[in-house]
Design a protein around this ligand. Sequence first.
Ligand code: ADP
Ligand code: ZN
Length: 599
Amino acid sequence: MNLTPREILGQYYGYENYRGQQEEIIDTAIEGKDSLVLMPTGGGKSLCYQIPALVRSGMGIVVSPLIALMQDQVTALQQLGINAAFLNSTLNQEEKQDIASRMNSGEIDLVYVAPERLMMDGTIQWLQRFNISLIAVDEAHCVSQWGHDFRKDYLGLGQLAEHFPDVPRMALTATATPRARADILHNLHLDDARTYISSFDRPNIRYSVASKQDAKSQLLNFLGEYKNSCGIVYCLSRKKVDSIAQWLAEKNFNALPYHAGMEDTERAKNQSRFLKEDAIIMVATIAFGMGIDKPDVRFVAHLDLPGSLESYYQETGRAGRDGLPSHAWMVYGLSDVVLRSQMLEKSDAAEEFKRNERSKLDALLGWCEITTCRRQPLLEYFDEKMDEPCQNCDNCLNPPTTWNATEAAQKLLSCVYRTGQRFGAMHVIDVLMGKTTDKVSQNQHDSISTFGVGKDLNPNQWRSVVRQLIVRGFLLSDAERFGALRLTEAARPLLKGEISLELRHEIKEKKHSRKSRVTTKVAEEDQRLWAALRACRNRLADEHGIAPYMVFHDSTLMEILEQQPTRESELLHINGVGETKLDKFGDDFIEVVKDYLDD
Ligand code: ADP
Ligand code: ZN
């Protein structure tokens, strides 16, 4: 292609400017040098390898583990006028031959390949016969054994260095921990690669964590703000996914389940509906999400605690790729703390691995409980410093207050001690509340000194105290003994009154109000044009058999709404409108705007 990178950016993608470090990254690859690109989800990684692959002569190879999404990625590129194809196990013989012959005649600019396909006998030798412009390894953190996305096939990708010594390679990932970084450079033999680290801040995502009271009604209240939006609800177990999805459907939400225990076709169908329709809620385990590049996911809700701060960041990162306001919302409670610790202790992983996981869990729990800005420590976890509080998280917007919980903590710790450190939170709280349950009677806990001394708080408040004491290391929930509470060394000075303790008040979530809305804002007077533009997008998507966002993203539609272009030249100025899309869809949208203005 005899175009400059900037010309490609404008004519194919319809963008006027690069974002962040895109230009430097692209130039490095065009010069033939290797690189490692760390950019958050939605940061714009795809352009970084697509543009140099188009500028350099030959065909670009993109290694990606996301077989189920390759078709969509290729379709989206074709909409931009870029000749792309993919090779993976889903193709039949005929399709394979067709792609091979298009590759032979030099028609393909970019080919997506699954790692296991690439590692098959003879594939690399076959690809060596082509003129290769660049090799991109997407989701490169999959080479790291320490991450949760480790793929064995990825380890083989180190060979590419010797088989394609003159081809620039680029590894890309949204996982930024120093450990993953080092693993990628080492395992992919990227010895002289330049590393590009973008800011991992996602300013358009609002973070909120609420204490779990009645998770279902809390979710319902939250979803009230997102009537016609797309979102993901994460749950820990398959069973819970099924039941929440069903329950939401009964409440008239467009909700679908997704987990690894489902039948393949059903799961694939749900994923494709999520990608194609514009108001669907996916209720899923973490089996869902990697590589989902649907731009208009407005919220990610966690009904259970994620595995680590890092997973939390990845999972919530699937919201708001289009840069519009989005919400990462979580409810979390004592049961999550206990469950997660139990899962960890009971797993038969190596001790070193467990220790590593334990400290990750502690970091996450600490983060849930903080009373200051959530974004600052989240970014710090990725080695990034943010000077000012963000003003777009629950703690910034609605600062929590604390209370002096020294006396309450002493009562609780002493009650745990006097009941023999053999019981879980529920029983201990019953004793504090002075309830004569069977268990209390059997153990004669109604005769100990802490029986009934805790009536000044309600059971929910006590649960909050227990949770915060565990997270702060005064109490342990013993996984070996079904979550029995035990005192730690740190509890001693607290019991003796040598230190005092401030705990956070649980904040009652507000009923959703107009003020707190973070959905895409369309003014009342613009609603009619907005609806017409969306209808036009849906119709075109239908006609071309593609997802609405592949016609135009919401952000592009918003600009059309604001600028009301009535000529092709005006439409071309809008972000996200390139020449191919202008030809295909331009007239239809101009028609819609004109009709609106004529009325
Ligand atoms: P990533 O792969 O890093 O998650 P993508 O490459 O999918 O992100 O890009 C995220 C979104 O940003 C996409 O909608 C993409 O079209 C858009 N985008 C990327 N680069 C630019 C740019 N220079 N200007 C405007 N939008 C961009
Ligand atoms: Zn904040």
